[in-house]
Design a protein around this ligand. Structure first.
Ligand SMILES: Cc1ncc(C[n+]2csc(CCOP(=O)(O)OP(=O)(O)O)c2C)c(N)n1
Ligand SMILES: [Mg+2]
Length: 346
């Protein structure tokens, strides 16, 4: 469990067997390019004061897009604040993702039929929800699975133990995807756990664990596809550790230069998850500058439309904020709601 799965090397050469044909690889590349454009756009919007804060995922696109590629519409994705690329590629609209960053409750409501939960800001708390969803699906007799995504820091939370333990005991169809980007804000991975890998923690819970190059979209696809298949067949949960790197700060409110060395940044620059796929596709004769421009301009147009939609919604009233949480507003909130109305806020 200390050997890391890699299929596509940093220079774009295959060092293992690709799990997909080149048309699928092109689709994965397009999804990663699109996701990166959104990430840059959202970061710029925050700088302009149009989003409150934003947690960039640049550098982690392969870990996210590769992991969810094999999920079916009936499957569940339960992810965190940094997982916009994975969530969007499962149908959570860019518009809603933007709204989650303006404090607008409507950001937490994906369209009906999109089995993606709103992003968890509470570190690790959502892993147990994924196990519950997976368990419910198996009790109902469906073959749907639930995937959950979380960071290296989240593995220090009690919820990680509870979720992994329950999933192991009840053999729930859950796929745990840990994006180990080496940092929990400024806390290094070495302070998070004394175990050599996060993947090996799977052993203690009676499930397989796999260490994967998280910047290799083909390796992520391969590992996740096997884990999804196992879960769907009723063979229980899997833990995948995706070793990756966040290129930017923890959020737009973080100065990572205060705790990360320039050497670390330089070391990861050559392991960019997009460039190696581009090199591979180019060598295979299925990449061109023209195609690159086409996918970039299609992505930019779709993302600009989402920004426009998010910004054109009538702002939430204070009253609606009180009404958003509970089906029946509990008495203490009803009092606050009345006071807000009296103060002219609602
Ligand atoms: C329960 C809880 N504790 C602390 C925080 C503050 N916090 C937000 S993100 C974060 C670091 C999480 O690191 P990791 O799990 O590695 O995910 P990453 O941000 O690297 O994707 C912390 C401590 C929180 N949101 N929730
Ligand atoms: Mg982390």
């Amino acid at each position: 469990m200390t050997e890391m799965l890699q299929i596509l090397d940093v220079d774009g050469t295959l060092v293992g067997e690709s799990p997909v044909d080149d048309s699928v690889t092109r689709g994965l590349y397009e999804a990663m390019v699109t996701a990166r454009i959104f990430d840059h756009k959202a970061t710029a919007l925050q700088r302009q004061g149009r989003l409150a804060t934003y947690a960039p995922y640049e550098g982690q696109e392969a870990a996210q897009i590769g992991a969810v590629a094999m999920l079916e519409p009936g499957d569940w994705l339960v992810a965190s604040y940094r997982d916009g690329a994975a969530m969007q590629s499962r149908g959570y609209p860019w518009t809603q993702l933007l709204l989650t960053r303006t404090g607008d409750e409507r950001g937490g409501r994906p369209p009906a039929g999109v089995n993606v939960l709103p992003p968890s800001i509470t570190v690790g708390a959502h892993m147990v929800h994924a196990v519950g969803l997976a368990w419910a699906e198996s009790l109902k007799g469906t073959d749907a699975v639930a995937m959950t995504m979380f960071g290296d820091g989240a593995t220090s939370e009690g919820d990680f133990h509870e979720a992994m333990n329950f999933a192991g005991v009840y053999q729930t169809p859950t796929i745990f995807v840990c994006q180990n980007n080496g940092w929990a804000i400024s806390m290094p991975r070495a302070r998070q756990t004394a175990s050599e890998t996060i993947a090996q923690k799977a052993d203690g819970y009676g499930m397989p664990g796999e260490l994967v190059d998280g910047n290799d979209v083909l390796a992520m696809y391969d590992a996740a596809a096997r884990a999804v298949d196992r879960a769907r067949r009723g063979e229980g949960p899997t833990l995948i550790e995706a070793v990756t790197h966040r290129i930017r700060g923890h959020t737009t409110a973080d100065d990572d230069g205060r705790y990360r060395s320039p050497e670390e940044t330089a070391r990861w620059a050559e392991r960019d998850p997009l460039e190696r796929v581009r090199l591979y596709l180019d060598a295979a004769g299925v990449w061109s500058r023209k195609w690159q421009e086409e996918i970039e301009s299609a992505a930019t147009a779709a993302i600009e439309a989402a920004v426009e939609e998010a910004e054109s919604l009538e702002p939430f009233t204070a009253e609606e904020i009180f009404d958003a949480m509970y089906a029946e507003v509990p008495p203490p909130l009803a009092i606050q709601r009345r006071r807000a109305a009296e103060a002219g806020l609602a």
